[in-house]
Design a binder for this molecule. Structure first.
Ligand code: PEP
Ligand code: MG
Length: 920
């Protein structure tokens, strides 16, 4: 079996198509070689070897021989031998999984340097300083990656070997008065290498290996082991990547960007990854090795004029410094974009005036950039409409809908610091100085701005938890920037004026000290930092965004509605493209700010001792319900509004505190004792399965009657005003067709009464039910006889299918996810295996009885892209989600249609569809 794939001068064993086996990096190195770009020779050890190693702890037979042959090939191409004391070939060893995992990359450079080969490298390059500089880098990387991380050693923060070696270097600089790394002399570096070796042996109890072969094999093994390292596992969990992919290992001949003034290294994007601007964008450093650009130790120079910003404004660009090589690189940029038809993230190195391409991969980008790049590339005829829509992850739209700083407030605020705009949008929150604090405070519901000197991959969970990220060091291509950009998180890096003092629990911006826990506001689009808490506004009105959404609408079959219960929320949903309301939760009128009066009336109704009292209370409540329903129908004029009858358990509305009970008793003219007694009577052991939903309407038909009257009268008044209200009355928590028939009779009677009073023949409306109890899904045929539409309440359906309480699952679900007993949280993504099966059954049995039955979903899953895809596949008519998720759902629905091979037909003219799989 083939485990080792070679690449080099204009040819390779592999290609971009072999990503699963070669990892993204290896596949693209092969592809670059195939299309004639100057790639230093090397070979990729496939992911299959990693998988084998993870399972057995050993390498597959034959690997050693293939690696030997691969090495011989690289030696031939480079014209030098590995381990040769006279003119040694040096190698790099890097991980590369199928999906890019920025910051999770294990890298060891300069493998092959040892006390024996050092003189050879000096002779070869004529540069003793360079050789020792390369050696100290190898010592540090090898000790960190191979001797510490791969062995699972986890020292306390700041105690790791890398930090210890950096400490030695700092100490030397202080002692000798050298300011920059570049100021260190040959003798300094020699001394440093000796000190490094000593410290390594002291810490690990064994010396740094002098044998190049041992260095190579240990590095390979370290990369394989890193796949199960803490950082990689954490990243995979967040990104939902499978554990069994494994990583490939890329072994490649070193080229040196640090051989003096005619050498350089850089990182570039074929377009701007933050904005999508179609100009070449990047950073470079003269006389440096690759890590220097991304590590944030030196401020990199701009690649060209388009890459200038506040920090590098006065610095020489690559275009100015090496115009010929810039032109060559720009040529490769065009070739690569045309070849891959997507924005690429490149690494290059110049060794003594010769350009080498070290990497290309799909560039991570913000949501704004994703839309701009896709739309531009369509205009440039590089990609088609379908690809435009599939290029943007639905979740990325979220970022465009996320707040930006209110420009009016920003104008008056004072900038306290400036850095690079690494992740767009605005964020405001309280300062946290460690990842652990960020996680803890975010868990308590506090928005957090994570402020770090520079982020390390260990900070990943803290970065995730934070609303925004600010670092004092680092460039646009630093790990923090890449990761934040990938998540669409507001992020500023390299804010030079910030001094982070973790021990002293402050960040200083010049004179100004901001304490841990103080408010801070970031403008990630401009790279500006403000003290305090500034207001945010919505960013969804950009024309490009609108055009993109229009394109999505052209391709989707599913309609998208919003869950909203106030005229204001309805208007937000409508502005963001909702085609109706899929769930108006009536009881929400009685919660929150401004609901005191209506809540009082509801309580009066609940405490009524007989029908007459209840009717009197309902008459008062009616006025309020009608007003809110009318306002919402008006806001959604011409679009359907699904109004659900009261759902929650009644005891929730009985006041609990003695004070409130007394006030209510006084207002109602009853005794406190009576209020308390009624509360006790209503209390249930398991309210989620208690007297809620349709059951309230069965016990108290007058409650249903009042609601139906409010809805019909509101609609009749709007019709009289020449509006087009389309109410859909929805009966919740049903499990039996007779419940529905009972409610239908009340609703139908009220409809006749209101029509008579309003002088109309009919008020257009539908009456349907939620399907949120497994029994209702299984008996969907019977339910459909009494329902004109179904809406799946997947919150309750999930709760009742799993037997996991919606309210209590947070105490144990995280363990299920951490232990991989469940692939995803079933309250977020539909569990296709069982809940999905019930839904499919519901759809097919319902439509078998009532062809063309309108079916939607209104549980939280209605805004989840994977769940939306499932809803499309089972032939639903619409999904409904919270107003701000509407654009996400529109795109997810378009992608579902594009990935579905069946022809797209508009929902309205579509005949009853049989779902793909048959119900049991
Ligand atoms: C549901 O159960 O999915 C639903 C939408 O209703 P609620 O969340 O109000 O119970
Ligand atoms: Mg429900």
């Amino acid at each position: 079996m083939k485990f080792v794939y070679r690449f080099g001068a204009r040819r390779a064993d592999g290609s971009a198509k072999m990503r699963d086996l070669l990892g993204g990096k290896g596949a693209n190195l092969a592809e670059m070689a195939n299309i004639g770009l100057p790639v230093p020779a090397g070979f990729t050890i496939s992911t299959a070897v990693c998988v084998h190693y993870m399972k057995t702890g050993n390498y597959p037979p034959g690997l050693a021989q293939q690696v030997r042959e691969g090495l011989a090939y690289v030696e031939r191409q480079a014209g030098r031998r590995f381990g040769d004391p006279k003119a040694p070939l040096l190698l790099s060893c890097r991980s590369g999984a199928r999906a890019s995992m920025p910051g999770m990359m294990e890298t060891v450079l300069n493998i092959g340097l040892s006390e024996r080969t050092l003189p050879g490298l000096v002779a070869l390059t004529g540069d003793e300083r360079f050789a020792y500089d390369a050696y100290r880098r190898l010592l540090a990387m090898y000790a960190d990656v191979v001797m510490e991380k791969a062995e699972g050693i986890e020292p306390a923060e700041g105690q790791g070997i890398r930090a210890q070696l950096e400490g030695l270097m700092r100490g030397l600089k202080e002692r000798t008065g050298r300011r920059q790394d570049a100021d260190l002399t040959v003798d300094d570096l020699k001394e440093l290498c000796g000190a490094f070796r000593e410290r390594i042996e002291q810490v690990f109890g064994r010396p740094f290996p002098d044998s190049p072969r041992e260095q190579l094999w240990n590095s390979i093994r370290a990369v394989f082991r890193s796949w199960n390292g803490k950082r990689a596992v954490s990243y995979r969990r967040i990104e939902n990547l499978p554990d069994d992919w494994g990583t490939a290992v890329n072994v490649q001949a070193m080229v040196f960007g640090n051989l003096g003034a005619t050498s350089a290294t850089g990182v570039a994007f074929t377009r701007n990854p933050a904005t999508g601007d179609a100009r070449f964008y990047g950073e470079w450093l003269r006389n440096a090795q690759g890590e220097d650009v991304v590590a944030g130790i030196r401020t990199p120079n701009p690649l060209n004029a388009a890459s200038r910003n506040v920090r590098n404004a006065g610095m020489e660009s690559f275009e100015e410094a090496m115009p010929g090589l810039y032109a060559e690189l720009d040529g490769y940029r065009r070739i690569l974009e045309r070849h891959f038809r997507d924005m690429q993230d490149l690494e290059f190195t110049v060794e003594n005036g010769r350009l080498y391409m070290l990497q290309t991969r799909t560039g991570k980008r913000t949501g704004v950039a994703a839309i701009n790049v896709a739309m531009d590339m369509a205009a440039e005829k590089l990609i088609d409409e379908r690809t435009v829509l599939l290029r943007v992850k639905p979740e990325q739209l979220d970022e465009l809908l996320h707040p930006i700083l209110d420009p009016a407030a920003e104008k008056d605020a004072t900038v306290i610091g400036e850095g690079l705009p690494a992740g767009p949008g605005g964020a405001t929150g309280r300062v946290a100085l460690t990842a652990a604090d960020a996680i803890e405070r975010a868990r308590q519901g506090d928005p957090v701005i994570l402020v770090r000197e520079e982020t390390s991959p260990e900070d990943i969970d803290g970065m995730r938890a934070a609303a925004g990220i600010l670092t004092a060091r680092g460039g646009m291509t630093s790990h923090a920037a890449l990761v934040a950009r990938g998540w669409g998180k507001c992020c500023i890096v390299g804010a030079k004026s910030a001094t982070v003092d973790v021990a002293g629990r402050t960040v200083r911006f010049g004179e100004l000290a901001v304490a841990d826990g103080d408010w801070l506001t970031l403008n990630g689009t401009k790279g500006r930092v403000y003290a305090g808490r500034l207001p945010m506004i919505d960013a969804s009105e950009q024309p490009r965004f609108q055009q993109f959404m229009k394109l999505a609408d052209k391709h989707r079959r599913l309609a998208v509605r919003a869950n909203a219960e106030t005229p204001a929320d309805a208007a937000v949903g409508r502005r963001l493209g909702a085609e109706g309301i899929g769930l108006f939760r009536t009881e929400h009128m009685f919660y929150g700010k401004g609901s005191d009066e209506s809540l009082f009336l509801l309580r009066k109704m609940i405490l009524a001792r007989n029908v007459a009292e209840r009717r009197a209370a309902l008459d008062e409540l009616f006025v309020h319900v009608k007003t809110v329903v009318k306002g919402t129908l008006e806001a959604m004029d011409g679009l359907p509004v699904t109004i659900r009858l009261l759902d929650p358990p009644l005891h929730e509305f009985v006041p609990k505190s003695e004070e409130k009970q007394a006030a209510l008793a006084e207002a109602l003219g009853v005794s406190v004792e009576e209020v308390r007694e009624r509360g006790k009577e209503l209390r249930e052991l398991n309210p989620m399965m208690g007297h809620r939903g349709v059951r309230v309407g069965i016990t108290y038909p007058e409650v249903t009657e009042m609601q139906a009257r409010a809805i019909f009268e509101a609609a009749a008044e709007l019709l009289a005003e020449k509006r087009r209200p389309i109410p859909e009355i929805m009966v919740p928590v049903t499990c039996e067709a007779r419940e529905l028939e009972h409610q239908n009779a009340i609703i139908a009677r009220v409809h006749v009464e209101v029509c008579r009073k309003a002088g109309r023949r009919r008020i257009p409306h539908l009456v349907g039910t939620m399907i949120e109890i497994p029994r209702a899904a299984l008996l969907a045929g019977e339910m459909a006889r009494a329902a004109e539409f179904f809406s799946f309440g997947t919150n309750d359906l999930t709760q009742m299918t799993f037997g996991f309480s919606r309210d209590d699952a947070a105490t144990f679900l995280p363990d299920y996810l951490a232990k991989r007993l469940l692939a995803a949280d079933p309250f977020q993504t539909i569990d296709v295996a069982a809940v999905g099966e019930l839904m499919q059954t519901g759809v097919s049995r319902g439509r078998a009885v009532r062809p063309g039955l309108k079916i939607g979903i209104c549980g939280e899953h209605g805004g989840d892209p994977d769940s939306i895809r499932f809803c499309h596949q089972v032939g639903m008519d619409y999904v409904s989600c919270s107003p701000y998720r509407v654009p996400v759902a529109r795109l997810a629905a378009a992608q579902a249609a594009l990935l579905d091979r069946r022809p797209v037909r508009p929902a309205k003219s579509r005949p009853a569809r049989r779902p793909a799989r048959k119900a049991r």
